[in-house]
Design a binder for this molecule. Structure first.
Ligand code: EPZ
Length: 417
């Protein structure tokens, strides 16, 4: 198992071009199944989750290859509709292939995606919606057997919670279904908008993306196209949080500032200086980091749950207390123990963590607990005195392209062993 070794306390400065968004590349990779001909996805991040998505496409009979940051998919030879258990275990977000496989093949068999480090990850909203669209679903021994005996048809669907994955699965099932589908209380995340832009470029008829109501008129066929994946707003936030925690100055290139309004707002409240351009951010810290009172995660456009752990790592150095409330996932404070081991002063009560800023953190040996928790430990290690060793780096590799190379390029002392 690989580890990252960090010697903290270095000032970070320089320029970073932000990678493509994992949480856009994954649903768009699934969407290529619906298209005749070839799709060429540019700016795909080189991540273990993206490699896993390519393996699923290949297993379904598609021609799929990744060269550099370009994934090319030809789904014309697709012949299977089963997603084997090992893929579901390897990446629980494989559930977003369900809607696309149903749209293309009319049936799908896949293992029930279990919970993960963040807690139970139910898919009831996905299944309720698909049933309304004509999908018959039988669950036996942890396997979902999905069929569409009378074909997929449009439906009016209200989501009790604006689930990102459920919105994506409904979109992927609806774009070639017969008739109209309306989703109310849909997820509004930028990654949903990116998926819709790709589908529209392939010939889909969709409106309302980015609002709570999305309307889809099913079309007969979609044709593959070349599409550039959006920048990753959470990775961008991670690099900003690293600079906020350690002090310094950074220029981020290839970011969409409009996607990051709630994140940039928090950094400004922390006394960081943010100069946002069209697709770049110049950023530096003030003399001291300030606490922000209450930081509450919410569905988009609220503060994103995926940025909670990384912001908490920076707030460990603020000159005061911040209450962090995690409203999206049950168990998303698993990084707190490691931060406390490094000298942070944090108390957790249920879904609220009280982060009392301290002057210094010190290095320690810790284990990454999940993707964003591991990123939080990187940030803490960068601003801690001494050496930090982060084990189980595979968690971080799911979402960050060569993080040690990126951080070294702005002055960090970090190596992978
Ligand atoms: C997506 O997960 C992201 N993953 C997550 O990013 C992100 O944290 C999450 O959206 C919220 O923004 C990908 O895009 C691959 P949800 P998803 O469905 O779709 C409950 C990362 O770090 N829920 O919006 O699984 C669920 O339990 C990952 O990159 C139901 O109750 O998120 C959770 O509490 C982590 N029933 C909440 O909704 C359902 O049927 C949010 O889930 C579905 C969800």
């Amino acid at each position: 198992m690989q580890k990252l070794v960090i010697r903290g306390g270095r000032r970070l400065e320089g320029e970073i071009t932000v990678q493509g968004a994992k949480n856009s590349a994954l649903p768009i990779a699934a969407a290529t199944l619906l298209c005749d001909g070839v799709s060429r996805l540019e700016n795909c991040p080189r991540l273990s989750d993206v490699y896993a998505a390519c393996r699923i496409l290949t297993n379904l009979g598609c021609h799929c290859e990744m060269q550099g940051n370009v994934v090319t998919v030809d789904a014309s030879s697709m012949h299977a509709s089963e997603i084997p258990e090992q893929f579901m275990c390897e990446m629980r977000s494989s559930i977003i292939f369900l809607g696309a496989v149903l749209g293309r093949m009319g049936s799908c068999t896949l293992g029930y995606p279990g919970g993960c480090e963040l807690g139970p990850r139910p898919i009831n909203l996905h299944l309720q919606a698909l049933r309304r669209m004509g999908v018959k679903i039988r669950e036996e021994n942890g396997v979902l057997y999905c069929t569409t005996p009378n074909g997929l048809h449009g439906a009016k669907i209200h989501l009790r919670f604006p689930s990102v994955g459920a919105t994506e699965n409904i979109l992927l099932a609806a774009v070639t279904a017969s008739g109209e589908t309306t989703i109310t209380n849909a997820a509004r995340e930028p990654e949903i908008v990116d998926l819709v832009c790709y589908l529209r470029a392939c010939g889909a008829c969709i409106s309302g993306e980015g609002t709570g109501t999305i309307c889809i008129s099913g079309v007969k066929r979609l044709s593959g196209c070349t599409y550039r994946i959006m920048p990753d707003r959470i990775v961008a936030a991670t690099w900003l949080a690293a600079v906020a925690a350690t002090g310094g100055e950074i220029l981020l290139r290839q970011v969409r500032c409009a996607d990051m309004a709630s994140i940039l707002d928090v950094f400004e409240e922390m006394n960081c200086h943010v100069s946002a351009g069209e697709d770049s951010i110049r950023f530096h810290t003030g003399k001291n980091l300030h606490p922000v009172g209450l930081l509450k995660t919410m569905p988009y456009p609220g503060f994103p749950t995926d940025a909670q752990a990384i912001m908490m790592a920076a707030l460990c150095r603020a000159n005061g207390t911040t209450l962090v409330e995690e409203t999206i996932f049950e168990n998303r404070f698993r990084h707190v123990d490691a931060l406390v081991k490094m000298g942070a002063d944090i108390q957790v009560a249920g879904r609220v963590a009280a982060v009392h800023g301290v002057k210094n953190l010190h290095g320690a040996a810790v284990e990454a607990t999940d993707l964003r928790g591991g990123a939080a430990m990187m940030i803490a290690g960068l601003c801690a005195s001494g050496e930090t060793i982060i084990h189980d780096v595979y968690h971080i590799d799911r979402g960050y392209e060569t993080p040690e190379e990126v951080l070294r390029s702005i002055g960090a002392e970090i190596i992978r062993k």
